[in-house]
Structures are given as C-alpha cells and as structure tokens.
Design a protein around this ligand. Structure first.
Ligand code: ATP
Ligand code: TZE
Ligand code: MG
Length: 280
C-alpha cells in the first residue's frame, strides 16, 4: 500500500508552520517577481534580503540562513552573481535552492543551471517543462511557462526515472518539478503532490515564491525533502482556500487571497487535513 505524504513527513507537518524562528534568505532573482517574493517570505515570518553584488557576499554570508538562486532574468552581471553565490554557498555550507526559470527556453540558462548543479545545491526546482529539459528529456515548455503536454502520466513516469538517475550523481540534491501534479525526487524516495488549483498558472511568480519559501524552510533546518514537500503543500493549500473564497472575483483577487493565506492558514491547526500526496 502506498504511504500518504502526511504519514511520511508527519513530524515536519506537525511542527513547521507557523515558523518558530525567522530565517534570513538572500534571493538573487528576477525583477518581475522580486517584490512578491520578498513579501511572501515576510508573510510566513521569514526575512528577505535581495543582495546580488559579489563584493557583499563575504559579509552577507555570515548572516544569512539560506540562498535562493533564480534564473528568471539573466544579465551579464546577474549571471556572474548567480555563479559566484552558488560557489560561495557551497564553500560556506549555506543551504541553496536553484530555480531553473526559462531553462526550457534557452541554452544559456540551461548551461547556467548545469553549472550551478555542480555545487550540489540542496534543491533544484522548476516547472515540469523546465525540469524535463534539464534532465535531458524532450520539453514543450514555452518561455517561462510549463506545458500541459509534459504533464501526462507517461511523461511524469519518464521524468521520475530521469531524475532518479540524476540523484545517483547528485545524492545531496532534491529535485522538484511543479505543475498540476508536483513531482519530488531525491536519493531517499519519490513523491507526488496533488494540491493546488488551475488558477495558480494564471498569475506570475507562483513558482518563484515556492523556491524562496523552500529556501526559508531549509534555513530553519528542515531536510531537503521536508522543505520541498512542506512548501509546496502549504502554498497549494493556501491557493485552495483562496479559490474557495474567490467565487465572484478575478485572478488579481485570487492572487491577493492566496498571498493573504500565507500568513493565515498556519494558524488553522487542520490545514494538514487538506494535504494530498503519496509516495511513489
Ligand atoms: N494546474 C495546476 N493545478 C494545481 N496546482 C498548480 C497548477 N499549476 C501550478 N500549480 C502549483 O503552482 C505552483 C507553481 O507551479 P508552476 O509549475 O506554475 O511554476 P512556474 O511555472 O515556475 O510558475 P511562475 O513562472 O509563475 O513562477 C506550484 O506549487 C504548483 O503545484
Ligand atoms: C522571470 C519571468 N519572466 C516572465 S514572468 C517571470 C516570472 C516567473 O518566473
Ligand atoms: Mg518558475
């Protein structure tokens, strides 16, 4: 019999939200969603700092609890900054999350993602189309968006196998592919998460926020697998509550309600009852 996700990660589901300390997360990210990301961290009681100048890293890395590297807007400076921070995190043993934004779209981003993987980050994530391309599979993603065609049962099984092979070379990294179904693969196991609503695909930055919140949970000491599973489940449950409340509103109202729930849902002891997902 398959084990439910809340059984596998029972302790983490019981004790993580609301956070008991405020992890400081440095986010090197894109200007499209930087404000949403900083606020999302604050809503769960984490602290954002969005510093990307390598000269600041020696001082900054003595203070931060985790690092988020998002490939969403590459300039020559940001490329250098992402690569320098990735190396610095490995040297200073700070937990790091890499978000493969746009890797399905260009070779340049693919190459940066592969370079960052060589530092063995704790988590590498992207939407299902980005992660397929990253794992060497055919991908039909366009721009920064995932494609429905990459979400079939066959495509998910193919991706699970490709990621399992990657974890043999990168055993300290957990891989997350997001979409209607979210797939988590690490050396320790594979899990499928089933929360969320289709409207999440209709405002920008949902994946970016998941990356930053995952870094925050690593910063308070959760394992890689716990941080990924708890973040995706919590964020997607927030969206489910928001969608239920938003019967008359549009997507902008849904967005606001989803972000609002980040600071509210944790106080409802029974949110864990909403969680859907299982070991594969
Ligand atoms: N159709 C869907 N049904 C349920 N949940 C979804 C759906 N699409 C996305 N999600 C959820 O939304 C979050 C972001 O996933 P998505 O794959 O859209 O990331 P993304 O493409 O990187 O987003 P963005 O580009 O907006 O940052 C995840 O938690 C995922 O589970
Ligand atoms: C970087 C970026 N470009 C268009 S939307 C967006 C945020 C989703 O990652
Ligand atoms: Mg994304």
């Amino acid at each position: 019999m398959t084990q439910s996700i809340t059984e596998v990660f029972a302790d983490a589901f019981k004790t993580t939200f609301p956070l008991k300390s405020s992890p400081l997360v440095d986010c090197i990210t894109n200007p499209v969603t930087i404000e949403s990301m900083a606020n999302a961290l604050l809503y769960i009681d984490a602290k954002p700092v969005m510093a990307d100048l390598p000269e600041e890293f020696p001082e900054l890395f003595t203070q931060i609890d985790a690092l988020l590297l998002n490939l969403g807007h590459i300039s020559p400076e940001r490329k250098d900054s992402l690569l320098a921070a990735g190396r610095y995190a490995a040297e200073t043993h700070k937990p790091a999350v890499v978000d493969l934004v746009g890797v399905a779209a260009t070779q340049l981003r693919y190459d940066i993602g592969q370079q960052l993987l060589q530092n063995h980050p704790n988590v590498v994530k992207g939407n299902i189309s980005e992660v397929r391309r990253f794992a060497g599979l055919k991908s039909t993603g366009r721009g920064v968006d995932g494609s429905q065609l990459d979400q079939s049962v066959t495509a998910l099984a193919e991706l699970t196998k490709a990621l399992q092979e990657l974890t043999e070379r990168f055993p300290n990294t957990t891989f997350l592919a997001t979409g209607e179904t979210d797939l988590v693969v690490s050396e320790k196991g594979q899990w499928r998460l089933e929360n969320g609503v289709p409207q999440l695909d209709r405002f920008t930055g949902t994946g970016d926020i998941v990356g930053a919140l995952t870094a925050a949970l690593l910063g308070i000491g959760l394992s890689n697998d716990e941080a990924v599973v708890l973040t995706v489940s919590y964020f997607n449950c927030c969206a489910e509550v928001a969608a239920a409340q938003n019967t008359a509103g549009g997507i902008a109202s849904f967005r606001e309600k989803t972000l609002d729930q980040l600071s509210l849902l944790a106080d409802q002891a029974d949110w864990v009852q909403m969680v859907k997902g299982e070991a594969l």
